[in-house]
Design a binder for this molecule. Structure first.
Ligand SMILES: *Cc1c(COP(=O)(O)O)cnc(C)c1O
Length: 393
């Protein structure tokens, strides 16, 4: 299906990975709800079951609609192979449990997604995997920990909720020097803004629930990388059973058709909103990697094609009550826990990403009580700015 001219990402979003699955001249991918696939020829059935012939056996393992979703994200990340799971956490846990054994060591950062952090602090120690979490932007400290011996280096950039930036190229090189598999959660950036594999990472993970699907109506997860590593993750997931549902795969695929368009708009909207908020008298600080004042700006310029739709800001009045008041006044934003949808979505860390922490713990992590996380939608930016202006006033 790939011809000599390499198609661009906005064209890949529409066309990639679909051709051989379009049945009976349909122009859209079918949703194949069948649990199993029948083979009257037992010899042929056995060949498919053993992987010697292409085909599907049972939908917990593989399914045509799910495979199209995997094909599309695989091509957008320019990977050799991809697999999927029922949620972002499904793919993250499958990756970690597929690749790690008792006695091994993981190095990661303090600012990973809350669920990922739980695996590091609660579940990996149970199977005797040692986990070291470094200060997120302390690249020297991360390199030093990797040099001490590391089997898997786990990164996430930009991070939640203060949008910190990690240098993927620098740390992937460190991982490679010391024989660690380098995994990057690329949920916030998407392949449109950042391609970790091209920067040296071994595996890219996504919560497809967010920007990839983009409509907050389906959960899913994906992993992309070498055939060898993806086969291991797939094998764990097929047995563990956190399989992506065909209907969800279809909704995610439909959302992905507009991924490049949406991200382009969200990049523009977020940059303008960040500029507006930075100049606003009620705002203390704006966290957005597209602002020159952001500590990760230089790295972001190097490794990202766009700065993304996620930003956060904290009010001069540093209280949860002040945040609640501003949120209740916004007309064009859902107050909700997810992100990356066509609608703008806002929330304070105290009710979303860091709900398990106390006020004091959040403060120690550098998360002010007056912080608001803002996931920019694709609305007209003038309306969003006017809405923020009246809510803050
Ligand atoms: C939401 C999210 C996840 C978890 O994804 P689910 O689909 O909710 O399981 C993982 N990583 C990041 C960065 C996220 O934002």
């Amino acid at each position: 299906m790939e011809n000599k001219h390499r198609i661009k990402q906005s064209t890949q979003c529409i066309w990639s990975g679909e051709q051989e699955y379009l049945m009976q001249h349909a122009t859209q991918v079918p949703v194949v709800h069948s649990v199993s696939f029948g083979y009257p020829d037992a010899e042929y059935w056995q060949k498919v079951a053993l992987g010697h012939e292409k085909g599907h056996i049972y939908s917990r393992n593989t399914n045509p609609t799910v495979e199209v979703f995997e094909n599309k994200i695989c091509q957008l990340e320019e990977a050799q192979a991809a697999t999927s799971a029922s949620t972002g956490m499904g793919i993250i846990s499958s990756t970690l449990f597929a690749l790690l054994k008792p006695g091994q060591r993981v190095v990661s950062v303090k600012d990973t997604y809350g669920g990922t952090n739980r695996i590091f602090t609660e579940f990996l120690p149970r199977i005797n995997v040692d986990v070291t979490l470094c200060n997120t932007t302390d690249h020297d400290a991360i390199e030093a920990e990797v040099a001490k011996g590391c089997d898997l280096l786990y990164l996430e950039t930009p991070t939640n909720p203060t949008i910190k930036i990690i240098d993927i190229e620098r740390l992937s090189a460190a991982g490679e020097r010391h024989g660690a598999v380098v995994v990057v959660d690329n949920t916030f950036a998407t392949p449109i803004n950042q391609q970790p594999l091209a920067l040296g990472a071994d595996i890219v993970l996504h919560s497809a629930t967010k920007f990839l699907g983009g409509h907050a109506d389906a959960l899913g997860g994906a992993a992309c990388g070498s055939r060898e590593l993806i086969d291991k993750i797939y094998h764990y997931r097929e047995i563990n059973g956190a399989t992506l549902d065909p209907m969800s795969a279809y909704l995610l695929l439909r959302g992905m058709k507009t991924l490049a368009l949406r991200i382009e708009r969200q990049n523009q909207n977020a940059l303008e909103i960040a500029g507006f908020l930075q100049a606003h008298p009620k705002i203390n600080q704006v966290f957005y990697p597209g602002l020159e004042s952001h500590e990760g700006y230089k790295i972001a310029v190097r490794q990202m094609k766009g700065f993304g739709g996620m930003l956060s800001f904290d009010l001069k009045e540093d209280t949860f009550e002040a945040v609640a008041k501003v949120l209740s006044r916004l007309n064009w934003a859902h107050c909700a826990a997810n992100l990356g949808a066509v609608e703008t979505i806002v929330g304070p860390p105290a009710t979303t990403s860091h709900v398990e922490c106390t006020k004091e713990e959040r403060k120690a992590m550098g998360i002010p009580e007056g912080l608001i996380r803002y996931s920019t939608g694709i609305e007209d930016v003038e309306d969003l700015i006017a809405d923020l202006d009246q809510a803050l006033g």
